[in-house]
Design a binder for this molecule. Structure first.
Ligand code: NAI
Length: 727
């Protein structure tokens, strides 16, 4: 018999065995090799004990000695699974599932006392228990988020949720979105049976369940069990089934996300067979995913890169962390209002300043609306909402900024105005206050010339809508000090957002790269390609926003203004301006047709009462060449490649210094498709690797223009067998 090293067997004198999950070598429990051996040893011991004396054991309680219940699969191992070791991974998964199943079917009650996060594999252990009690601890999350890493829950997660709540609920509430529920919402949605306020209460409830259910069984192991809501074998259910693939297509826009497809297949096929066969089906679909490129991309980005970025790989070392107490937000427009809300939500006092008290109050009104909505939806309490609002002081008086230890400026995009507002307040705020600008395009180094302490001046580029968008791009100007960079980083983490760090350049990383995506879409319209196909290509590539609709949102005049300014700057510096095939389309849309985008009431789309309606039929009249088509793959890759190639140029120029920042920034900031793992991981994972990507870029360059020519850094890496990585 092997020994259990990660699970402690603690039996009390009434015969209740607490299985304490406690991996001595890790801060969190995972489904690693040691767990596989431990759970097998526990199953052996449990079976032997019950065989020797039927009444020796009255029941089992899984709980953990860590802060979290159980973290799930070991992603360090999973990202390495290729076709060559797929069988090994399959067997390891099967072994764990068999052990859990043996305990589940021993004829004794099994309770999961979930003392903290139980995501993925952690929730699968809970599902293999007859009764689930969640401790209402802050930050506790429950669910099966595998889909967000391009995987499916193959520890019985698909098979058991389908049997617990029926195919439709399992798919929609748990599997397809990977929703993470707090304990109360987990209870409402049927993921757990009870919630406890304290650890003692949780364990009391666990013992009470065992006392009351000495011969407990899973519903699916009871005679006559049927899957709630029926299965495809039932004609009524079968009539609804065709809607699932259609919904799925809507959810993923048909883009390259194999996980939802495999989850659907595993759920439906598994519902028509017995439990054990369903587990095998689930495992087969998992193996297909884990050996594929998309899961590797998504694990790299959403786990490893995100962790690196948030943990401060880019924060200057050796500088004490600092928290902001009171922040001044200058400008209470769309961005300022959102920034004020996000800061107040994180517990920071906010002074929200605009030109008039009315304008400032209007900015605070945005927080009032968001708070009212959160209270109505039960996401926060009235007390918490009131406290949040009490932290925001709207004002037009610069003196109200006294005591602020950070300033975030979000007035109109105009250098001299920005200089003016900083001059007005820089002697009123704390003498060492951090000075930030939320400019989306203006060089930070130039803005810093207008303040008395350029060493404390930095770019803090938020995205709209601020309360929802998780990314902030930190821009280091030429004279920004390391202390300011560290403080800016800490501030972004304090408000629970993800910071990427870049060096100063026009448009920084995000604004510059998203411009290529948009320009490419617009250029295709100019070439005579059907606009609806262009939109479809963007959606199917996996972009969350269609390209022409995004252009309309941003307004056509804005990129035009930036383009003209950039051209002037390039020419003044003695360079030549190459221009872009989209230029003439944008000029004609604005000058000839008077269609500057959504805010102007007309753009590539028509708008009815401010709402986007259909593509403007005039596009076909003025731009489309009937019958002119290019391969769909070319349309998609023109967008993806234009962004990827410019990102490499940004690395060459030293604007970007970290691969993880590029990947995370592209997905969270500008909607680069998540299945790629981010803009540089897209190159790493392209068919044929970097050489394959270079060859394809050259093909696109030959057909569509020199802007697709691969930069030197890319060619060098491809030739030397390298790839983009921070390691
Ligand atoms: P907005 O036009 O909604 O708001 C600007 C606000 O600044 C207005 O309320 C205006 O009254 C106020 N303001 C003007 N002069 C002022 C002064 N002297 N003192 C105090 N307040 C003054 O503009 P929005 O969209 O909020 O943009 C603000 C900044 O954020 C710009 O630099 C913009 O480039 C940048 N940005 C915008 C994004 C967007 O999606 N709209 C995204 C990221 C950055």
């Amino acid at each position: 018999m092997t020994e259990s090293t990660t699970i402690r067997w603690e039996q009390d004198d009434t015969g209740v065995v607490t299985l304490v999950l406690d991996d001595p070598n890790q801060s969190a429990n995972t489904m690693n090799q040691a767990f596989k051996e431990s759970i097998a040893a526990i199953a052996d011991r449990a079976e032997a004990a019950v065989q020797a004396d039927k009444d020796a054991i009255r029941g089992f309680i899984y709980t953990s000695a860590k802060k979290t219940f159980f973290a799930g699969g070991d992603l360090k191992d999973m990202i390495k699974v290729g076709p060559e070791n797929a069988q090994e991974a399959f067997d390891a998964g099967t072994a764990i599932k068999n052990s859990l199943r043996r305990i589940e079917t021993l004829g004794k009650p099994v309770v999961a006392a979930i003392n903290g996060a139980a995501l993925g594999g952690g929730y699968e252990i809970a599902l293999a228990s007859h009764h689930r009690i969640a401790l209402d601890a802050p930050g506790s999350k429950i669910g099966l988020p595998e889909v967000t890493l391009g995987l499916l829950p193959a520890g019985g997660g698909v098979t058991r949720t389908v049997r617990l709540m029926g195919i439709a609920d399992a798919l929609l509430k748990v599997l397809l979105q990977g929703t993470q529920y707090n304990p109360k919402r987990a209870l409402e949605n049927g993921l757990v049976h009870e919630v406890a306020a304290t650890r003692e209460e949780m364990l009391e409830k666990a013992h009470a369940f065992i006392d009351a259910n000495p011969e407990s069984q899973q519903p699916w192991d009871k005679p006559g069990y049927r899957i709630p809501g029926g299965t495809p074998a039932n004609p009524k259910f079968a009539a609804n089934l065709p809607a699932f693939p259609a919904n799925l297509k809507k959810q993923t826009a048909g883009a390259n996300y194999p996980a939802p497809r495999n989850i659907l297949a595993a759920a439906v096929e598994g519902s028509q067979v017995d439990f054990e066969t369903a587990l095998t089906i689930e495992a087969r679909y998992f193996t297909e995913l884990v050996t594929g490129q998309v899961a590797k991309n998504m694990i790299q980005a959403f786990f490893f890169d995100l962790q690196a970025v948030n943990s401060g790989a880019n924060r200057p070392k050796g500088i004490e962390p600092r928290q902001v107490r009171k922040v001044a937000v200058l400008g209470a427009g769309m961005m300022g209002a959102g920034i004020a809300y996000s800061c107040a939500r994180a517990g920071i006092e906010v002074v929200l300043k605009d030109v008039s008290a009315e304008a400032a109050q209007k900015g605070k009104g945005y927080s009032e609306k968001l708070c009212a909505k959160a209270v109505a939806k039960g996401r926060t309490s009235q007390d918490k909402a009131d406290a949040l609002l009490a932290r925001i002081t709207p004002t037009a008086d610069p003196q109200a900024l006294a005591g602020c230890d950070a300033v975030i400026e979000a007035v109109f995009e105009d250098t001299s105005l920005k200089h003016k507002v900083f001059q007005e307040i820089q002697d009123i705020v704390e003498p060492d206050a951090l000075l930030c600008s939320n400019t989306s395009t203006l060089p930070i180094t130039t803005l810093a010339e207008g303040v008395s302490r350029p060493v404390d001046f930095i770019g803090l580029h938020f995205f709209s809508p601020v309360d929802k968008m998780p990314l902030v791009e930190i821009i280091k100007g030429e004279r920004t000090g390391d202390e300011a960079l560290a403080r800016a980083f800490d501030l972004v983490r304090q408000i629970n957002k993800t910071p990427i760090v870049v060096n100063d350049s026009r448009g920084f990383f995000t604004s510059r790269v998203i411009g290529h995506f948009i320009n490419e879409g617009v250029a295709m319209v100019g070439e005579g390609i059907e606009p609806a196909s262009v939109e479809q290509a963007a959606a199917q590539a996996g972009y969350p926003a269609k390209v022409l609709s995004l252009m309309d949102e941003l307004t056509l005049t804005l990129p035009r203004k930036i383009r003209d300014e950039t051209r002037r700057a390039v020419e003044e510096a003695g360079g030549t301006w190459a221009g872009h095939p989209s230029d003439s389309v944008i000029d004609r849309m604005v000058d000839e047709f008077g269609r500057p985008g959504r805010s102007g009431g007309a753009g590539f789309y028509e708008y009815v009462d401010g709402k986007r309606d259909r593509l403007w039929p005039g596009l076909r009249e003025h731009f489309t060449k009937p019958g002119h088509e290019i391969p769909f793959k070319d349309m998609q890759e023109r967008m993806l490649f234009s962004e990827a190639l410019d990102t490499v140029r940004l690395l060459e120029e030293g604007v970007l210094t970290s691969v993880a920042d590029a990947n995370i920034g592209s997905i969270l900031g500008i909607g680069f498709p998540g299945w790629t793992g981010g803009v540089l991981q897209y190159i790493n994972g392209y068919e044929g690797g970097l050489p394959g990507f270079v060859a394809r870029a050259r093909e696109l360059a030959a057909t569509y223009g020199e802007r697709f020519a691969p930069p030197a850094l890319l060619v060098e890496k491809a030739e030397s067998g390298g790839k983009f990585s921070d390691a």
